[in-house]
Design a protein around this ligand. Structure first.
Ligand code: NAP
Length: 310
């Protein structure tokens, strides 16, 4: 494994974070219907109280509302919080200068002078990883981002980003990818291993598979909205997975959600579960601070081995 750089060491010390897509997003997450500003503020506050200090947002979540809400919550606390946000490569954003410009917009909404981690949300056919990383280097140079990362990058693109930054003496801090018991592609295609080799922190998004791995959804009680159709097949095949999760959880006095999150930690990832309210955030925080056994990890690997990503 490559030596983890001093600048990015803090990310490797974090076991779990908190995802903030739910804060302000009405399309998938029904913000304003299933949860309110008060609910997400309480989710933030209880997370801090339980030692979760890393929050992940993006300029596109709720069209900026997630960043605004997080900014207003940050103002009300004197506890240290590490903030990660993301640049979205919209089709008209074609040159590196768009990155520091977009980040300044995010910083204004967040009420911060700099973020701890600035990430490229998705790769783009219109902007090469090299151009993106030149823009990222500019963000670091201007003191707007402490560290920089990518998201949804396969290992070839990730290596191009890594090398471009390395030429400027900047480490690639992280790659944020879909990783859960039901979406193990990054484990199988070598991205997770490559991240470990290069000292890049793999941040696991949708670690609860958008609620499926909490055990609350079933064929009789499918997830609401578009999640219902998207996950129709997965939901049918879910019972044996939930059964093993229940057994593991019981062995440690934990819940199904906590066991699902702990599995990603055991794999060497940093999960960032999304929470709509204090109850969910409190439960999710209990996914960290312990370890299931290697045999339990192996049992969960075996029961999920033939799930294929959508
Ligand atoms: N980089 C990317 O492209 C990308 C993509 C997706 C997500 N992300 C990031 O990753 C974070 C997490 O991913 P995600 O939000 O997609 O999915 P997730 O964390 O797998 O699932 C979150 C959802 O599960 C349900 N839930 C969470 N905790 C629960 C609990 N303890 N008990 C019962 N239900 C619970 C809630 O929805 P319901 O109550 O409605 O079921 C919640 O909105 C996001 O917030 C975002 O920051 C990044």
């Amino acid at each position: 494994m490559n030596e983890v750089s001093n600048e990015t060491r803090f990310l490797h010390a974090i076991e779990m974070g908190l995802g903030a897509w739910q804060w302000g997003d009405r399309t998938l997450w029904a913000y304003g219907q299933t949860h309110s500003e008060k609910d997400v503020r309480e989710a933030f506050e209880i997370s801090l109280g339980l030692g979760i200090r890393f929050v992940d947002t993006a300029e596109i979540y709720g069209n900026g509302l997630s960043e605004r809400l997080l900014g207003s919550f940050l103002k009300r606390t004197d506890q240290p919080v590490l903030v990660a946000t993301k640049f979205f490569p919209m089709p008209w954003r074609l040159t590196r200068g768009f990155l520091p410009r977009a980040l300044k917009g995010s910083l204004e909404r967040l009420g911060l002078d700099a973020v701890d981690l600035y990430q490229i949300h998705w790769p783009s056919p219109l902007m090469s990883p090299e151009t993106m990383m030149e823009g990222m280097a500019e963000c670091v140079k201007q003191g707007l981002a402490r560290t920089v990362g990518v998201s949804n990058f396969g290992h070839k693109r990730m290596l191009r980003a890594y090398s471009t930054l390395a030429r400027r003496g900047i480490p690639l801090a992280s790659n944020q990818v879909h990783f859960s018991l039901l979406s193990r592609e990054v484990e199988k295609n070598g991205t997770l291993a490559r991240c470990k080799e290069l000292g890049i922190r793999l941040i696991a998004y949708s670690p609860l598979e958008k609620g499926l791995l909490t055990g609350k959804y079933s064929v009789e009680n499918p997830p609401p909205g578009v999640r219902g159709a998207h996950y129709a097949e997965f939901v049918k095949r879910l019972p044996p997975v939930i059964k093993v999760l229940q057994e593991v959880a019981q062995n440690h006095g934990k819940t199904v959600s906590q066991a699902a999150l702990n599995w990603t930690i055991c794999k060497g990832a940093l999960p960032i579960p999304g929470a709509k309210n204090a109850r969910q955030a409190e439960e999710n925080a209990g996914g960290a601070g312990w370890r299931m056994t290697d045999d339990e990890v192996a049992a969960l690997d075996a029961v999920t081995d033939n799930f294929r990503p959508y």
